[in-house]
Design a protein around this ligand. Structure first.
Ligand code: GDP
Length: 459
């Protein structure tokens, strides 16, 4: 059905970027392209070009060149949509791109609906539904974290997890059916107890995925970063430096930042979700102690620890306590107060933690560039990795997981009530179906349509 028409869209952003791409997909992609694109080498025609080859030339309306372009030809079935795909990379701004798209449509293509290229990839069997949805998330990803989570989903981590759970369920349903059909060979003695353990594990897995839904939302705002250090090291000042305004309370009385404060800030395109913590030191003050405990807790959850040290004084017991706590984390040591005379011996820090050390003055901002550069480098080199957790960021996935969990809980209920085994199968199959809906295995067309409608135009 979808093979009948050839679709086209501008696949790059709707802004005046340096290069804009028009994608044409379908049986007539090459034929239509040849109607408007002329290669500098006149012998080159899209219909005759080999798959994954390019040609330089121009897009023409009658004899007038609209823009120079590079044509990339990809032939079915090894393309994004599993169909013939031609991509025209043009130089022009949005006005020129629209003009070219108009021309493509005049030549016989239809304007693609939002998400239609990805829908074809799905219908062509190249990707499953959760992968298709991740494409949408990638397009919409506000920052690199979100993009990375989506990429992982696209590579099928979520799908693998779901397939694994479905296999366990199916195996047990099949076992029940077999045992009921052939009691001589398959015994159900002790089966409910075994099944209960399996169901418990499945519920745990679903719960784990569900908790990441909330975390995923928070974390998609940035890398979990925590600022730690002894009281008065300059943690609040560092936070202020990041935020660029005096929001945290800065005082020279040790122990003022008692609770945790958090901010989402953007450093050269990467987003940090920064928590400023109470100064960590041994204390008898009950309120302060709560802050210290909270600070230590934030350290455990953090992807990145910014350890602030006052370089104008020597290390002490409290520093050693902090260092032992952050040894296994991704740490950047900030030798703060670089505007004052240096009293600290860095080698004493290096003995304890293997981390980059930055000299900085949170007061004057000296050294901030080096810090930002380091953070960027760590991020792009991949040193700064996120939790190795698989995140659910899509509301539809979440809803299906909730239904899966409810069905599994019903299985448990039936087991506890000592029901007949065939009762288990009904709810197990229900869980199986809901898991299947996440990856599109049991997806009805209307569901697929609804999902693809949410895609951006041109993807
Ligand atoms: P916190 O307790 O770790 O949050 O430390 P604060 O940020 O409240 O800073 C403690 C004191 O050190 C304040 O008086 C700050 O003005 C001062 N301070 C912070 N950073 C610097 C710096 O880079 N240079 C100097 N000279 N003083 C600083």
């Amino acid at each position: 059905m979808f093979k009948e028409d050839t679709i086209a869209a501008i696949t790059t952003g709707m802004s005046n970027a340096g290069v804009g791409i028009i994608r044409i997909s379908g049986d007539r992609a090459c034929e239509i392209t040849d109607m408007l694109f002329r290669a500098a080498n006149k012998n080159k025609k899209a219909v005759n070009m080999k798959s994954y080859t390019a040609a330089f030339g121009g897009v023409y309306e009658d004899d007038r060149m609209i823009d120079e372009a590079i044509l990339l030809v990809m032939k079915a079935p090894h393309t994004y949509t599993c169909e013939d795909v031609c991509e025209l990379q043009c130089h022009g701004g949005i006005v020129v791109l629209r003009k070219i798209l108009d021309l493509v449509i005049k030549c016989g293509a239809r304007a693609a609906e939002p998400g239609e290229f990805t829908k074809r990839a799905f219908l062509g069997g190249r990707i499953d539904l959760s992968q298709a949805e991740s494409v949408m998330d990638i397009i919409n990803a506000k920052n690199d974290f979100a993009a990375r989570t989506s990429v992982e989903q696209l590579q099928g981590r979520l799908r693998d997890k779901i397939i694994d759970m479905r296999e366990q369920i199916l195996y047990n349903v099949a076992f029940i059916e077999s045992a009921l059909d052939d009691p001589e060979h398959y015994s159900l003695d002790g089966f409910p107890q075994k099944l209960e353990i399996i169901v418990d594990n499945l519920v745990d897995s679903v719960d784990n995925l569900l908790t990441t839904f909330d975390n995923g939302k928070v974390l998609s705002e940035g890398i979990n970063t925590v600022i730690v250090g002894k009281p008065n090291a300059g943690k609040s000042s560092l936070m202020n430096m990041f935020v660029g305004e005096e929001r945290a309370i800065v005082t020279d009385m040790a122990g003022t930042t008692r609770d945790t404060l958090s901010e989402v800030i953007n450093v050269r395109g990467i987003t940090l979700n920064i928590v400023d913590t109470a100064g960590i030191r041994d204390t008898d003050d009950v309120v302060e102690k709560i802050g210290v405990d909270k600070a230590l807790e934030s350290v455990d959850k953090a992807d990145l620890v910014l350890y602030v040290v006052d370089s104008s004084i020597d290390l002490d017991e409290n520093d050693h306590r902090i260092m032992s706590r952050i040894q296994d984390k991704n740490v950047v040591v900030i030798l703060n107060k670089s505007d004052l005379e240096k009293k600290i011996d860095e080698s004493n820090i290096k003995k304890y933690i293997d981390a980059d050390i930055i000299q900085l003055s949170a007061l004057t901002g000296d050294g901030s560039e080096e810090l930002y550069e380091l953070l960027n480098r760590m991020f792009f080199e991949g040193t700064l990795t996120y939790n190795d957790q698989l995140y659910i960021t899509n509301t539809r996935h979440k809803n299906e997981l909730v239904c899966t969990k409810n069905a599994l809980l019903k299985v448990k209920e039936s087991i506890d009530m000592g029901m007949e085994e065939d009762f288990f199968s009904i709810d197990l199959m229900d869980a199986y179906e809901h898991l299947g809906l996440i990856i599109g295995e049991t997806a009805r067309d209307d569901l697929a349509d609804k999902i693809f409608k949410e895609f951006c135009m041109g993807k």
